[in-house]
Design a protein around this ligand. Structure first.
Ligand SMILES: Cc1ncc(COP(=O)(O)O)c(C=O)c1O
Length: 459
């Protein structure tokens, strides 16, 4: 997973796991069930799907906050004391989801001024917020510096210049992490799952990192904290995750020794996966914990890293399996031997299947069971686009018109990554479940509401 270039004496620090296929790992361990999910015994977080559909309308996003709490607890139990968690708000920025993370004591990783405001309103202390992402605007940098965030991850030498200039005008000191570019040979999963290979957008090369660190320690308006590096996305192999953590801390310590600054913070990004495909298994958290604790023992022995905090900023692992997209069947037909089921939601609300070619698990609610016949079942949405297909060979008894289906594992990069204006269908409500109760988080929006806000100028 890791491909952080060491900045000490040049040697190849790439992980041997960089391009290795993911190893299967057990889904049960001493920490208990490793991945809890929202759909249990045909119910969503202990509630009847039909009751939720009637109360909030379909299509509908539902998030089980108890599942999120379980995921946080399970991951935390695997981490050594030198490591901390900051939730990557981009995975699911629903205010109540971020507030759940705040209640559980997590920091936040934000990628825009909007996400910074989300974290603030959700109750995340700003001193626990890190700001990361390419293309930060001047006003976003100024707000982050004034807010007193924990760290601003600087993605380029030019961004370091702007940050220093802004901090000097505010007469403040900006806390800085320098983002290391990771080698592209570590990114095939990222291409497949997230939909980007980076294209050089993220972080800086080893040479720029050294120059930027040298400048940062000389500036009275910058406070050099350490290094940030995001490895790969949706990684299920504990060895690959631990390798990335280990090599990032090692590279950061090398930089700190070479330039001469105390290494206070290393941000190793997110990237912990969840199984989307039937053959994939949840991360073996016990194995991950063993590897991370061994790394932490090494950090404690090294004067360069003894006081370093290591920040993990997961998104998908904490919220992915907590979400379901609930939709109702509006049409069914047979075309050339294929059963085609049309539902009232589609890729305008959940673009991931089309964007990254990732099929999500689909369950028929109320009917259940795997398909017995051989005829393929297609599950498609209402958009006038051939891309609007959730599955071309779904393993389901074909649901009937009026039935509900649930698309699973949509708690991360679901609604937030989508394109809800396309074709002017209603935007689904988002609902949170906790302790057997359902609460509206974000209301459904009817097309008339955004029509009302538009102007048609009388030129
Ligand atoms: C900087 C950064 N941190 C954290 C994350 C969260 O990653 P994940 O949801 O894979 O854990 C991302 C996702 O793209 C990211 O870009």
């Amino acid at each position: 997973m890791s491909a952080v270039r060491d900045v000490e004496p040049p040697h190849d620090s790439r992980s041997p796991h960089a391009s290795r296929p993911l190893a299967p790992s057990p889904s049960l361990g001493p920490l208990g069930p490793i991945l809890l999910e929202i759909l249990r015994d045909g119910r969503l977080g202990d509630l009847e799907p039909e009751a939720l559909a009637q109360r909030f309308g379909t299509p509908l996003y539902v998030y089980d906050l108890d599942v999120i709490e379980h995921q946080v607890g399970a991951l935390r139990a695997a981490l050594p004391t030198a490591m901390e968690l900051a939730y990557a708000v981009k995975a699911n920025p629903a205010l109540a989801v971020v507030a759940t993370m705040a209640r559980l004591g997590l920091g936040a990783d934000v990628a825009s001024g909007g996400e910074l405001e989300t974290a603030r309103r959700a109750g995340v202390p700003l001193s626990r917020v890190v700001v990361t992402g390419p293309g930060k605007r001047d006003e976003e940098l100024a707000i982050a510096v004034s807010a007193g965030v924990r760290a601003i991850t600087v993605e380029s030498p030019a961004e370091l210049d702007r940050l220093e200039w802004i901090a000097s005008h505010l007469r403040l000191r900006a806390p800085v992490l320098l983002r290391a570019a990771v080698a592209t040979d570590a990114s095939p999963e990222r291409i497949r799952i997230v939909g980007d290979d980076g294209a050089g957008k993220f972080g800086m090369s080893a040479g720029d990192l050294v120059d930027a660190a040298t400048r940062a320690i000389r500036s009275s308006h910058l406070e050099m904290l350490g290094v940030h590096a995001f490895g790969a996305s949706n990684v299920l192999d504990p060895a690959a995750i631990a390798d990335h953590v280990g090599s990032t801390v090692q590279a950061a310590a090398g930089l700190a020794r070479r330039i001469g600054f105390p290494l206070r913070l290393v941000d190793v990004g997110g990237g912990l996966g969840i199984p989307y495909e039937p053959h994939e298994e949840a991360i073996d958290l016990a194995a991950l914990g063993t590897r991370l604790r061994a790394l932490a023992a090494g950090w404690a022995d090294d004067p360069a890293t003894r006081s370093t905090r290591v920040l993990l900023e997961p998104g998908r692992f904490l919220v992915g399996s907590a979400g379901a997209y609930l939709a109702r069947v509006v049409d069914r037909k047979t075309v050339d031997g294929t059963t085609v089921v049309i539902i009232d939601g589609g890729i305008h609300h959940l673009v991931r299947p089309a964007l990254v070619g990732q099929e999500h698990r689909i369950r028929a609610l109320g009917r259940g069971g795997a398909r017995t016949g051989t005829s393929p079942v297609t599950i498609a949405g209402p958009l006038c686009s051939g891309l609007d297909v959730f599955s071309r060979d779904c393993d389901l008894v074909p649901p009937a018109v009026g039935d509900l289906i649930a698309v699973l594992d949509v708690g991360a990069y679901g609604y937030t990554e989508s394109m809800p204006l396309f074709l002017s269908h209603p935007m689904p409500a988002e609902v949170g479940l906790r302790d057997g109760r359902a609460e509206l988080l974000r209301p459904r929006v009817e097309p008339v509401e955004w029509l009302d806000r538009q102007r048609n100028p009388a030129w």
